[in-house]
Write a protein that binds this ligand. Structure first.
Ligand SMILES: Cc1cc2nc3c(=O)[nH]c(=O)nc-3n(C[C@H](O)[C@H](O)[C@H](O)COP(=O)(O)OP(=O)(O)OC[C@H]3O[C@@H](n4cnc5c(N)ncnc54)[C@H](O)[C@@H]3O)c2cc1C
Length: 440
Protein backbone atom coordinates (compact mmCIF):
# COMPACT_ATOMS: atom_id res chain seq x y z
CA UNK A 1 0.00 0.00 0.00
CA UNK A 2 1.25 3.47 -0.88
CA UNK A 3 1.71 5.46 2.33
CA UNK A 4 3.50 8.50 0.99
CA UNK A 5 1.33 11.28 -0.32
CA UNK A 6 2.61 12.24 -3.78
CA UNK A 7 3.87 15.77 -4.35
CA UNK A 8 1.80 16.07 -7.49
CA UNK A 9 -1.15 14.51 -9.26
CA UNK A 10 -3.59 15.29 -12.03
CA UNK A 11 -6.73 15.57 -9.90
CA UNK A 12 -6.80 16.19 -6.18
CA UNK A 13 -10.13 15.33 -4.54
CA UNK A 14 -11.02 16.59 -1.07
CA UNK A 15 -13.39 14.32 0.84
CA UNK A 16 -14.31 10.65 0.54
CA UNK A 17 -18.13 10.85 0.83
CA UNK A 18 -20.35 9.72 -2.08
CA UNK A 19 -19.39 12.79 -4.15
CA UNK A 20 -15.62 12.45 -3.73
CA UNK A 21 -15.40 8.67 -3.98
CA UNK A 22 -17.60 8.48 -7.07
CA UNK A 23 -15.70 11.28 -8.82
CA UNK A 24 -12.49 9.38 -8.03
CA UNK A 25 -13.87 6.15 -9.54
CA UNK A 26 -15.07 7.85 -12.73
CA UNK A 27 -11.68 9.48 -13.23
CA UNK A 28 -9.39 6.56 -12.49
CA UNK A 29 -11.52 4.26 -14.65
CA UNK A 30 -10.69 6.66 -17.47
CA UNK A 31 -6.99 6.61 -16.78
CA UNK A 32 -6.69 9.86 -14.82
CA UNK A 33 -4.46 9.74 -11.76
CA UNK A 34 -6.27 10.82 -8.63
CA UNK A 35 -5.27 11.55 -5.06
CA UNK A 36 -8.13 11.75 -2.56
CA UNK A 37 -7.56 13.25 0.89
CA UNK A 38 -10.09 12.47 3.62
CA UNK A 39 -9.85 13.91 7.10
CA UNK A 40 -11.61 11.03 8.88
CA UNK A 41 -10.85 7.35 9.23
CA UNK A 42 -13.56 5.34 7.46
CA UNK A 43 -16.07 4.02 8.35
CA UNK A 44 -17.19 7.41 9.68
CA UNK A 45 -20.60 8.60 10.83
CA UNK A 46 -22.90 10.26 8.35
CA UNK A 47 -26.58 11.08 8.29
CA UNK A 48 -28.83 10.59 5.24
CA UNK A 49 -29.87 6.94 5.34
CA UNK A 50 -32.82 6.97 2.96
CA UNK A 51 -31.80 6.43 -0.66
CA UNK A 52 -34.17 6.69 -3.60
CA UNK A 53 -34.01 4.15 -6.47
CA UNK A 54 -32.45 6.76 -8.78
CA UNK A 55 -29.08 5.98 -7.22
CA UNK A 56 -28.76 2.66 -9.07
CA UNK A 57 -28.09 4.26 -12.45
CA UNK A 58 -25.03 5.94 -10.93
CA UNK A 59 -23.81 2.91 -9.01
CA UNK A 60 -24.13 0.90 -12.24
CA UNK A 61 -21.90 3.40 -14.04
CA UNK A 62 -19.40 3.16 -11.20
CA UNK A 63 -19.51 -0.64 -11.32
CA UNK A 64 -20.30 -0.85 -7.61
CA UNK A 65 -23.95 -2.00 -7.62
CA UNK A 66 -23.08 -5.63 -6.96
CA UNK A 67 -20.99 -4.74 -3.90
CA UNK A 68 -23.90 -2.69 -2.56
CA UNK A 69 -26.36 -5.53 -3.20
CA UNK A 70 -24.07 -7.97 -1.39
CA UNK A 71 -24.37 -5.89 1.77
CA UNK A 72 -28.09 -6.71 2.03
CA UNK A 73 -29.10 -3.25 3.08
CA UNK A 74 -32.78 -2.86 3.87
CA UNK A 75 -34.86 -2.53 0.73
CA UNK A 76 -37.76 -0.14 0.80
CA UNK A 77 -40.61 0.03 -1.64
CA UNK A 78 -41.55 3.65 -0.99
CA UNK A 79 -42.66 6.04 1.72
CA UNK A 80 -45.60 6.99 3.90
CA UNK A 81 -46.16 10.56 4.99
CA UNK A 82 -48.58 12.11 7.41
CA UNK A 83 -48.60 15.75 6.38
CA UNK A 84 -51.16 18.23 7.70
CA UNK A 85 -53.12 15.19 8.89
CA UNK A 86 -53.41 13.71 5.40
CA UNK A 87 -51.84 10.30 4.90
CA UNK A 88 -50.13 9.39 1.64
CA UNK A 89 -48.33 6.32 0.46
CA UNK A 90 -45.97 6.24 -2.47
CA UNK A 91 -44.70 3.07 -4.15
CA UNK A 92 -41.71 3.41 -6.47
CA UNK A 93 -42.84 0.47 -8.59
CA UNK A 94 -45.84 2.52 -9.76
CA UNK A 95 -43.42 4.91 -11.47
CA UNK A 96 -41.51 2.34 -13.43
CA UNK A 97 -38.73 1.68 -10.91
CA UNK A 98 -37.81 -1.98 -10.91
CA UNK A 99 -35.12 -1.64 -8.26
CA UNK A 100 -35.80 -0.66 -4.66
CA UNK A 101 -34.88 2.34 -2.57
CA UNK A 102 -32.58 1.54 0.34
CA UNK A 103 -32.17 2.28 4.02
CA UNK A 104 -28.42 2.22 4.54
CA UNK A 105 -26.04 2.68 7.40
CA UNK A 106 -24.12 5.51 5.75
CA UNK A 107 -20.81 4.61 7.38
CA UNK A 108 -21.00 1.19 5.66
CA UNK A 109 -22.42 2.51 2.37
CA UNK A 110 -19.85 5.31 2.05
CA UNK A 111 -17.03 2.91 2.85
CA UNK A 112 -18.09 0.54 0.06
CA UNK A 113 -17.92 3.44 -2.40
CA UNK A 114 -14.54 4.66 -1.17
CA UNK A 115 -12.96 1.21 -1.06
CA UNK A 116 -14.27 0.66 -4.59
CA UNK A 117 -12.50 3.85 -5.71
CA UNK A 118 -9.30 2.57 -4.12
CA UNK A 119 -9.69 -0.79 -5.83
CA UNK A 120 -9.90 1.05 -9.17
CA UNK A 121 -6.52 2.67 -8.30
CA UNK A 122 -7.41 5.99 -6.73
CA UNK A 123 -4.82 6.90 -4.10
CA UNK A 124 -6.83 7.49 -0.93
CA UNK A 125 -5.34 8.91 2.27
CA UNK A 126 -7.29 9.06 5.50
CA UNK A 127 -6.57 11.39 8.44
CA UNK A 128 -5.30 14.04 6.08
CA UNK A 129 -6.98 17.41 6.43
CA UNK A 130 -6.91 19.97 3.63
CA UNK A 131 -6.23 23.42 5.00
CA UNK A 132 -5.27 25.95 2.34
CA UNK A 133 -5.35 26.64 -1.38
CA UNK A 134 -3.15 28.61 -3.69
CA UNK A 135 -4.63 29.23 -7.12
CA UNK A 136 -2.15 31.94 -8.11
CA UNK A 137 0.10 29.67 -10.22
CA UNK A 138 -0.70 27.62 -13.31
CA UNK A 139 -1.28 24.56 -11.18
CA UNK A 140 -3.20 24.81 -7.88
CA UNK A 141 -1.19 24.05 -4.73
CA UNK A 142 -3.01 22.51 -1.79
CA UNK A 143 -1.70 22.54 1.76
CA UNK A 144 -2.75 19.74 4.07
CA UNK A 145 -2.03 18.46 7.55
CA UNK A 146 -1.15 14.78 7.66
CA UNK A 147 -2.40 13.42 11.00
CA UNK A 148 -1.59 9.76 10.42
CA UNK A 149 1.37 9.83 12.76
CA UNK A 150 1.64 11.06 16.33
CA UNK A 151 3.25 14.22 14.98
CA UNK A 152 1.20 16.26 12.51
CA UNK A 153 3.03 17.05 9.29
CA UNK A 154 2.21 19.88 6.94
CA UNK A 155 2.52 18.98 3.27
CA UNK A 156 1.79 20.44 -0.15
CA UNK A 157 0.48 18.85 -3.30
CA UNK A 158 0.50 20.31 -6.75
CA UNK A 159 -2.27 19.30 -9.16
CA UNK A 160 -3.97 20.31 -12.39
CA UNK A 161 -7.52 20.21 -11.02
CA UNK A 162 -9.07 20.32 -7.57
CA UNK A 163 -12.43 18.68 -6.90
CA UNK A 164 -13.90 19.90 -3.66
CA UNK A 165 -16.17 17.20 -2.22
CA UNK A 166 -15.70 18.28 1.40
CA UNK A 167 -19.42 18.20 2.16
CA UNK A 168 -20.82 20.66 4.64
CA UNK A 169 -17.33 22.17 5.16
CA UNK A 170 -17.59 23.64 1.60
CA UNK A 171 -13.89 24.47 1.67
CA UNK A 172 -13.60 26.21 -1.70
CA UNK A 173 -16.88 28.12 -1.39
CA UNK A 174 -15.51 29.55 1.86
CA UNK A 175 -12.09 30.16 0.31
CA UNK A 176 -13.64 32.19 -2.53
CA UNK A 177 -16.31 33.66 -0.27
CA UNK A 178 -19.19 32.49 -2.49
CA UNK A 179 -21.17 30.42 0.04
CA UNK A 180 -24.61 31.81 0.78
CA UNK A 181 -27.06 30.70 3.42
CA UNK A 182 -30.52 30.36 1.90
CA UNK A 183 -32.85 33.09 3.08
CA UNK A 184 -36.17 31.33 3.49
CA UNK A 185 -39.26 31.09 5.62
CA UNK A 186 -38.20 27.49 6.01
CA UNK A 187 -35.19 28.29 8.13
CA UNK A 188 -34.58 24.89 9.57
CA UNK A 189 -32.06 23.01 11.61
CA UNK A 190 -31.93 19.33 12.21
CA UNK A 191 -31.58 17.23 15.31
CA UNK A 192 -31.29 13.47 14.99
CA UNK A 193 -30.47 10.40 17.03
CA UNK A 194 -30.71 6.63 17.03
CA UNK A 195 -32.89 4.11 18.87
CA UNK A 196 -32.65 0.39 19.51
CA UNK A 197 -35.77 -1.80 19.30
CA UNK A 198 -38.00 0.68 17.53
CA UNK A 199 -40.97 -0.65 15.61
CA UNK A 200 -41.09 0.31 11.95
CA UNK A 201 -43.76 1.23 9.41
CA UNK A 202 -44.39 -1.59 6.92
CA UNK A 203 -45.57 -1.33 3.35
CA UNK A 204 -48.84 -2.84 4.69
CA UNK A 205 -49.43 0.38 6.75
CA UNK A 206 -49.02 -1.44 10.05
CA UNK A 207 -46.19 -1.25 12.55
CA UNK A 208 -43.85 -4.21 13.04
CA UNK A 209 -40.90 -5.27 15.15
CA UNK A 210 -37.44 -5.33 13.54
CA UNK A 211 -37.56 -9.16 13.55
CA UNK A 212 -40.28 -8.95 10.86
CA UNK A 213 -38.15 -6.97 8.40
CA UNK A 214 -37.54 -9.96 6.15
CA UNK A 215 -41.29 -10.63 5.88
CA UNK A 216 -42.75 -7.13 5.61
CA UNK A 217 -40.69 -4.52 3.74
CA UNK A 218 -40.44 -1.14 5.42
CA UNK A 219 -41.18 2.33 4.10
CA UNK A 220 -39.57 5.62 5.07
CA UNK A 221 -41.93 7.39 7.43
CA UNK A 222 -42.17 11.19 7.36
CA UNK A 223 -44.58 13.39 9.29
CA UNK A 224 -45.23 17.10 9.67
CA UNK A 225 -46.11 18.63 13.01
CA UNK A 226 -46.34 22.10 14.48
CA UNK A 227 -42.55 22.58 14.83
CA UNK A 228 -41.56 21.25 11.35
CA UNK A 229 -41.25 17.67 10.19
CA UNK A 230 -39.65 14.39 11.27
CA UNK A 231 -38.25 11.22 9.73
CA UNK A 232 -38.19 7.63 10.95
CA UNK A 233 -35.86 5.33 9.01
CA UNK A 234 -35.41 1.77 10.16
CA UNK A 235 -31.94 0.29 9.66
CA UNK A 236 -30.78 -3.27 10.22
CA UNK A 237 -30.14 -2.91 13.94
CA UNK A 238 -31.09 0.58 14.94
CA UNK A 239 -33.45 3.29 13.77
CA UNK A 240 -32.66 6.83 12.71
CA UNK A 241 -35.09 9.46 13.94
CA UNK A 242 -34.69 13.12 13.04
CA UNK A 243 -36.53 16.36 13.62
CA UNK A 244 -36.24 19.15 11.08
CA UNK A 245 -37.49 22.23 12.91
CA UNK A 246 -37.41 25.98 12.78
CA UNK A 247 -34.14 27.37 14.15
CA UNK A 248 -36.02 29.42 16.77
CA UNK A 249 -37.09 26.23 18.51
CA UNK A 250 -33.61 25.54 19.85
CA UNK A 251 -32.46 29.10 20.41
CA UNK A 252 -30.35 29.36 23.56
CA UNK A 253 -30.49 25.62 24.35
CA UNK A 254 -27.25 23.88 25.29
CA UNK A 255 -26.36 20.27 24.40
CA UNK A 256 -28.13 18.73 27.40
CA UNK A 257 -31.26 20.81 26.84
CA UNK A 258 -31.28 19.91 23.14
CA UNK A 259 -31.22 16.22 24.02
CA UNK A 260 -34.07 16.68 26.52
CA UNK A 261 -36.07 18.55 23.85
CA UNK A 262 -35.44 15.77 21.32
CA UNK A 263 -36.47 12.97 23.67
CA UNK A 264 -39.58 14.81 24.84
CA UNK A 265 -40.64 15.52 21.25
CA UNK A 266 -40.19 11.85 20.31
CA UNK A 267 -42.28 10.71 23.25
CA UNK A 268 -45.19 13.02 22.60
CA UNK A 269 -45.63 13.04 18.83
CA UNK A 270 -48.47 10.91 17.45
CA UNK A 271 -47.40 7.86 15.39
CA UNK A 272 -43.76 8.37 16.41
CA UNK A 273 -44.47 7.67 20.07
CA UNK A 274 -46.21 4.44 19.03
CA UNK A 275 -43.25 3.39 16.93
CA UNK A 276 -40.86 4.12 19.80
CA UNK A 277 -42.97 2.52 22.52
CA UNK A 278 -40.48 -0.32 23.21
CA UNK A 279 -37.40 1.55 22.00
CA UNK A 280 -34.33 2.75 23.86
CA UNK A 281 -32.47 5.88 22.87
CA UNK A 282 -28.81 5.11 22.12
CA UNK A 283 -26.89 7.33 24.50
CA UNK A 284 -24.62 9.97 22.93
CA UNK A 285 -26.16 9.40 19.51
CA UNK A 286 -27.78 12.82 19.26
CA UNK A 287 -26.41 15.05 16.51
CA UNK A 288 -27.25 18.51 15.38
CA UNK A 289 -26.86 20.51 12.15
CA UNK A 290 -27.75 24.19 12.49
CA UNK A 291 -29.03 26.44 9.76
CA UNK A 292 -28.15 24.13 6.95
CA UNK A 293 -29.68 25.21 3.63
CA UNK A 294 -26.93 26.92 1.64
CA UNK A 295 -25.67 27.30 -1.90
CA UNK A 296 -22.62 28.46 -3.74
CA UNK A 297 -22.66 31.31 -6.25
CA UNK A 298 -19.86 29.66 -8.18
CA UNK A 299 -19.15 25.94 -8.27
CA UNK A 300 -16.87 25.41 -11.30
CA UNK A 301 -13.86 27.16 -12.73
CA UNK A 302 -10.93 26.36 -15.00
CA UNK A 303 -8.99 24.76 -12.15
CA UNK A 304 -11.63 23.56 -9.72
CA UNK A 305 -15.03 21.93 -9.37
CA UNK A 306 -17.20 21.82 -6.22
CA UNK A 307 -19.59 18.88 -6.00
CA UNK A 308 -22.09 17.31 -3.60
CA UNK A 309 -22.77 19.14 -0.35
CA UNK A 310 -19.62 21.22 -0.88
CA UNK A 311 -21.57 23.05 -3.60
CA UNK A 312 -24.98 23.31 -1.96
CA UNK A 313 -27.51 21.68 0.31
CA UNK A 314 -31.26 21.92 0.83
CA UNK A 315 -33.75 20.57 3.30
CA UNK A 316 -33.50 16.78 2.81
CA UNK A 317 -37.27 16.30 2.53
CA UNK A 318 -36.99 14.44 -0.80
CA UNK A 319 -34.01 12.27 0.24
CA UNK A 320 -32.00 13.29 -2.79
CA UNK A 321 -28.67 14.44 -1.28
CA UNK A 322 -26.76 11.30 -2.24
CA UNK A 323 -28.29 11.24 -5.70
CA UNK A 324 -27.23 14.89 -6.18
CA UNK A 325 -23.72 14.00 -5.05
CA UNK A 326 -23.55 11.17 -7.61
CA UNK A 327 -24.89 13.37 -10.37
CA UNK A 328 -22.47 16.24 -9.71
CA UNK A 329 -19.56 13.84 -9.46
CA UNK A 330 -20.45 12.30 -12.82
CA UNK A 331 -20.68 15.61 -14.68
CA UNK A 332 -17.67 17.20 -12.99
CA UNK A 333 -15.56 14.15 -13.86
CA UNK A 334 -16.70 14.34 -17.48
CA UNK A 335 -15.80 18.02 -17.52
CA UNK A 336 -12.33 17.38 -16.08
CA UNK A 337 -11.66 14.56 -18.56
CA UNK A 338 -12.72 16.76 -21.45
CA UNK A 339 -10.61 19.68 -20.17
CA UNK A 340 -7.58 17.38 -19.94
CA UNK A 341 -8.03 16.50 -23.59
CA UNK A 342 -8.65 20.07 -24.73
CA UNK A 343 -7.03 22.39 -22.16
CA UNK A 344 -7.62 25.42 -24.38
CA UNK A 345 -11.37 24.91 -23.84
CA UNK A 346 -11.24 24.48 -20.07
CA UNK A 347 -12.98 27.80 -19.30
CA UNK A 348 -15.84 26.94 -21.65
CA UNK A 349 -16.14 23.42 -20.23
CA UNK A 350 -16.22 24.75 -16.67
CA UNK A 351 -18.92 27.21 -17.58
CA UNK A 352 -21.09 24.49 -19.16
CA UNK A 353 -20.64 22.36 -16.08
CA UNK A 354 -21.49 25.32 -13.83
CA UNK A 355 -24.73 25.72 -15.74
CA UNK A 356 -25.63 22.09 -15.18
CA UNK A 357 -24.78 22.17 -11.49
CA UNK A 358 -26.73 25.36 -10.89
CA UNK A 359 -29.64 23.87 -12.81
CA UNK A 360 -29.76 20.81 -10.61
CA UNK A 361 -29.35 22.67 -7.32
CA UNK A 362 -31.81 25.35 -8.44
CA UNK A 363 -34.41 22.71 -9.15
CA UNK A 364 -33.87 21.14 -5.70
CA UNK A 365 -34.16 24.49 -3.99
CA UNK A 366 -37.22 25.53 -5.99
CA UNK A 367 -38.91 22.30 -5.11
CA UNK A 368 -37.92 21.96 -1.47
CA UNK A 369 -37.83 25.58 -0.38
CA UNK A 370 -39.93 27.43 -2.95
CA UNK A 371 -36.86 29.38 -4.11
CA UNK A 372 -38.12 29.71 -7.67
CA UNK A 373 -36.51 32.90 -9.00
CA UNK A 374 -34.93 33.90 -5.68
CA UNK A 375 -31.76 33.08 -3.75
CA UNK A 376 -29.76 32.98 -6.97
CA UNK A 377 -32.10 30.47 -8.67
CA UNK A 378 -32.51 31.02 -12.40
CA UNK A 379 -36.08 30.11 -13.48
CA UNK A 380 -34.87 29.54 -17.05
CA UNK A 381 -32.43 26.84 -15.97
CA UNK A 382 -35.06 25.14 -13.84
CA UNK A 383 -37.60 25.24 -16.66
CA UNK A 384 -35.21 23.69 -19.15
CA UNK A 385 -34.38 20.88 -16.71
CA UNK A 386 -38.00 20.06 -16.03
CA UNK A 387 -38.79 20.03 -19.76
CA UNK A 388 -36.11 17.41 -20.32
CA UNK A 389 -37.34 15.01 -17.60
CA UNK A 390 -39.32 11.85 -18.43
CA UNK A 391 -43.05 12.20 -17.65
CA UNK A 392 -43.06 9.33 -15.16
CA UNK A 393 -40.20 10.85 -13.19
CA UNK A 394 -42.03 14.19 -13.11
CA UNK A 395 -45.14 12.43 -11.92
CA UNK A 396 -43.20 10.85 -9.07
CA UNK A 397 -41.87 14.27 -8.06
CA UNK A 398 -45.37 15.72 -8.23
CA UNK A 399 -46.73 12.98 -5.99
CA UNK A 400 -43.83 13.37 -3.56
CA UNK A 401 -44.37 17.13 -3.45
CA UNK A 402 -48.08 16.62 -2.76
CA UNK A 403 -47.20 14.37 0.15
CA UNK A 404 -45.21 17.15 1.76
CA UNK A 405 -47.13 20.37 1.03
CA UNK A 406 -44.40 21.52 -1.36
CA UNK A 407 -46.64 20.90 -4.36
CA UNK A 408 -47.35 24.61 -4.94
CA UNK A 409 -43.65 25.04 -5.69
CA UNK A 410 -43.66 22.17 -8.12
CA UNK A 411 -46.88 23.22 -9.83
CA UNK A 412 -45.60 26.74 -10.38
CA UNK A 413 -42.48 25.49 -12.12
CA UNK A 414 -44.38 22.86 -14.13
CA UNK A 415 -46.88 25.51 -15.30
CA UNK A 416 -44.13 27.84 -16.42
CA UNK A 417 -42.24 25.06 -18.15
CA UNK A 418 -45.44 24.17 -20.04
CA UNK A 419 -45.57 20.57 -18.82
CA UNK A 420 -48.32 20.98 -16.23
CA UNK A 421 -51.43 20.21 -18.33
CA UNK A 422 -50.14 16.91 -19.65
CA UNK A 423 -48.76 15.94 -16.30
CA UNK A 424 -51.84 16.72 -14.26
CA UNK A 425 -54.11 14.82 -16.63
CA UNK A 426 -51.91 11.77 -16.44
CA UNK A 427 -51.41 12.07 -12.72
CA UNK A 428 -55.01 12.48 -11.68
CA UNK A 429 -56.12 9.74 -14.06
CA UNK A 430 -53.61 7.20 -12.86
CA UNK A 431 -52.70 7.81 -9.29
CA UNK A 432 -54.20 8.77 -6.07
CA UNK A 433 -51.82 7.93 -3.29
CA UNK A 434 -53.98 9.32 -0.46
CA UNK A 435 -54.80 6.57 2.04
CA UNK A 436 -57.09 6.51 5.03
CA UNK A 437 -55.66 3.78 7.23
CA UNK A 438 -52.40 3.68 9.14
CA UNK A 439 -52.26 1.46 12.21
CA UNK A 440 -49.15 1.98 14.26
C1 LIG B 1 -30.22 16.02 8.55
C2 LIG B 1 -29.89 15.47 7.21
C3 LIG B 1 -30.62 14.43 6.67
C4 LIG B 1 -30.31 13.93 5.40
N1 LIG B 1 -31.06 12.90 4.88
C5 LIG B 1 -30.75 12.43 3.65
C6 LIG B 1 -31.44 11.30 3.11
O1 LIG B 1 -32.32 10.73 3.76
N2 LIG B 1 -31.09 10.86 1.88
C7 LIG B 1 -30.10 11.45 1.14
O2 LIG B 1 -29.84 11.03 0.01
N3 LIG B 1 -29.40 12.49 1.65
C8 LIG B 1 -29.69 12.98 2.87
N4 LIG B 1 -28.96 13.99 3.40
C9 LIG B 1 -27.89 14.57 2.57
C10 LIG B 1 -26.67 13.67 2.45
O3 LIG B 1 -26.24 13.24 3.71
C11 LIG B 1 -25.58 14.44 1.73
O4 LIG B 1 -26.14 15.11 0.62
C12 LIG B 1 -24.42 13.53 1.25
O5 LIG B 1 -23.75 12.96 2.32
C13 LIG B 1 -23.46 14.38 0.41
O6 LIG B 1 -22.30 13.64 0.10
P1 LIG B 1 -20.91 14.41 -0.06
O7 LIG B 1 -19.95 13.39 -0.53
O8 LIG B 1 -21.11 15.65 -0.83
O9 LIG B 1 -20.53 14.91 1.41
P2 LIG B 1 -20.18 14.08 2.73
O10 LIG B 1 -20.89 12.79 2.75
O11 LIG B 1 -20.43 15.03 3.85
O12 LIG B 1 -18.62 13.80 2.62
C14 LIG B 1 -17.68 14.84 2.74
C15 LIG B 1 -16.38 14.27 3.24
O13 LIG B 1 -15.39 15.30 3.21
C16 LIG B 1 -14.53 15.14 4.34
N5 LIG B 1 -13.88 16.41 4.61
C17 LIG B 1 -14.46 17.56 5.05
N6 LIG B 1 -13.54 18.53 5.21
C18 LIG B 1 -12.34 17.99 4.85
C19 LIG B 1 -11.01 18.49 4.81
N7 LIG B 1 -10.70 19.73 5.18
N8 LIG B 1 -10.00 17.67 4.40
C20 LIG B 1 -10.28 16.38 4.01
N9 LIG B 1 -11.53 15.85 4.05
C21 LIG B 1 -12.56 16.65 4.47
C22 LIG B 1 -15.50 14.70 5.44
O14 LIG B 1 -14.83 14.04 6.50
C23 LIG B 1 -16.46 13.79 4.67
O15 LIG B 1 -16.10 12.42 4.76
C24 LIG B 1 -29.24 14.49 4.68
C25 LIG B 1 -28.46 15.51 5.24
C26 LIG B 1 -28.79 16.00 6.49
C27 LIG B 1 -27.95 17.11 7.07
Amino acid sequence: MNTEIPKQCTVLIIGGGPAGSSAATHLVKNGVDVVLLEKEVFPRNQVGESLIPHIWKYTDQLGVSEKIEQQNFIKKSGGITVWNNKIHQILFAKYGYTRPGLHVERDVFDQILLTHAQEQNALVFHKVVVKKFDFSKDNPVITYIDKRDTINYEGKINCRYVIDASGHSSLLAHHFDVRETVVSELKFLSLWGYFNHSRYVGVDRQSHTISELSKVPPVTFVMSYEDGWLWHIVLREKTSVGLVIHTDKLKGLDKVQREAFFKQSCLKLPYLKELLRDAQFIENSLQFRPDYSYYSRKTCDKKYYCIGDAAGFVDPIFSHGVQNAFYNAAIASLAVMQALKTPEKSARIASLCENRMQQFYSFSRSLSLGDYGINGVSPELVKSLIKSMPMLELELILVASEMTNRSENFKKIAHQAGVWERLSEQHYDNNNCCISDLHL
